[in-house]
Design a protein around this ligand. Structure first.
Ligand code: SAH
Length: 393
């Protein structure tokens, strides 16, 4: 079973980028089932890689291996073992019992995300290839981690591009509750793995939440797009004078309140506000409110480069308002998780927001996702989270 590429379209594969777009393909030798394994051949018939086939997607094939080796259960066992070993070396579990175990392409299994929440694994299968091998991979995860419960959260919109329906539910083992506490830097968070965003928690921000905590003492903190309160809990636990948390999701705010109680934090220093950040920031500006530390962690405004222009305006809007609301010497922690906006563009947007706000600001740190979300050198798309810490002059 093979796919032959157009002349000169092997270049990205030779650089070990794992995606083949439909436009690069000259010929598919026969009808292949969705997710089945195919050889990728150069226009001259030379073997380049072995990949999964996605007949419905513009990304028509994703590489499993650049070697001429079988893609079978033992192949996936090697990949899973390697991912586990990396996490062991990182010692992620020394400050959290929740971390990403498998980060798709960057761990050599395109389309597959597995997050570990203590004794439960939450699996997200996003592509035809990961779907094809899902049951095998589920068996392997149980064998290799010793964790017996796997919950599936394959309900991300991108599955549609692969012609896949959303699927959620228990894949292995049993669960007595969908909500249970995890620990992050000695703080507890209730995570709802069935109804929460992504697999339940934004694990990628762990180190950044800790960083905000360390700088929160005696500060008035505004946490925008707070979800279940990640940054707020760290800030409160580290002696923030006040924390105002804003999100449009009432469910997320309800969990945030639970998380404050779970950690016995001073509820009188905290306020939850349900609403739209874009509107509320304007309201705060009109009321002359000000803060010492502001966090902006919005959802993905630009999933792809095609959305970059509109998204840039939205990022600029909230950053401009945040700069205005900051006191002199105040800190802005601003993030983007948009695949369509790279780090250089994000910095430009924040710079132009500062300019239009009429403030002087300095970047004191560049941030990214935690190391349990590694990035393959050959797959820069794996680095999706960009963050800047700015101090207002
Ligand atoms: N900082 C969080 C994760 C933020 S995820 C953490 O560390 O856990 C983004 C959040 O933005 C989601 O909770 C979503 O409900 C919220 N959101 C999306 N659009 C919004 C808007 N316009 N106004 C307020 N909240 C919004």
């Amino acid at each position: 079973m093979s796919i032959t590429l157009n002349p000169n379209r092997e270049k990205s594969l030779l650089r070990r980028h794992p995606w083949i777009f439909a436009s690069a393909i000259r010929h598919v030798d026969e009808t292949h089932a969705s997710g089945s394994t195919v050889d990728l051949l150069s226009s001259e018939g030379q073997f380049l890689a072995r990949a999964s086939y996605s007949p419905n997607s513009q990304i028509r094939a994703r590489v499993w291996t650049f070697n001429d080796e079988p893609v079978d259960k033992e192949f996936f066992r090697k990949r899973i073992r390697a991912a586990i070993e990396v996490r062991q070396q990182l010692k992620v579990d020394s400050h959290s019992n929740a971390y990403r175990l498998l980060h798709a392409e960057s761990d050599g299994i395109p389309g597959l995300i597995v997050d570990r929440y203590e004794n439960v694994l939450v699996l997200q299968s996003l592509t035809a290839g990961s779907e094809f091998w899902k049951e095998t991979i589920a068996d392997l995860l149980v064998e290799e981690t010793g964790v017996t419960t796997i919950y599936e959260r394959s309900d991300a919109d991108v599955r549609e591009l692969e012609g896949l329906q959303p699927i959620t539910g228990i894949l292995r083992g049993t669960l007595s509750s969908f909500i249970f506490p995890i620990t992050e830097y000695n703080l507890k968070f209730n995570v709802d793995i069935a109804h929460g965003h992504k697999t339940g928690f934004y694990l990628d921000q762990r180190e950044n939440r800790h960083g905000v905590g360390e700088l929160s003492k005696d500060r008035d903190v505004l946490n925008c797009f707070c979800y279940t309160g990640g940054f707020s809990i760290h800030a409160l636990a580290n002696g923030a004078k006040s924390v105002l948390s804003v999100d449009s999701s009432a469910d997320a705010l309800a969990l945030l309140e639970e998380n404050i109680a779970l950690n016995h934090l001073p509820a009188d220093r905290h306020t939850s506000l349900e609403g739209d950040v874009f509107q509320l920031l304007r309201k705060f500006r009109d009321a002359n409110r000000s803060f010492d530390l502001i966090v902006l962690d919005p959802p993905k405004f630009a999933p792809t480069a095609a959305h970059a222009e509109k998204a840039s305006r939205a990022y600029k809007d909230i950053n401009l308002l945040a700069f205005k609301l900051l006191r002199h010497g105040g800190l802005l922690f601003t993030y983007s998780c948009s695949g369509g906006i790279d780090a250089a563009l994000f910095q430009k947007i924040v710079a132009s927001a500062a300019l239009d706000a009429g403030v002087d600001a300095t970047i004191i740190e560049h941030l990214s996702q935690g190391s349990d979300h590694p990035v393959s050198l050959h797959f820069p798309e794996g680095m999706y989270l960009k963050g800047l810490v700015c101090v207002k002059g």
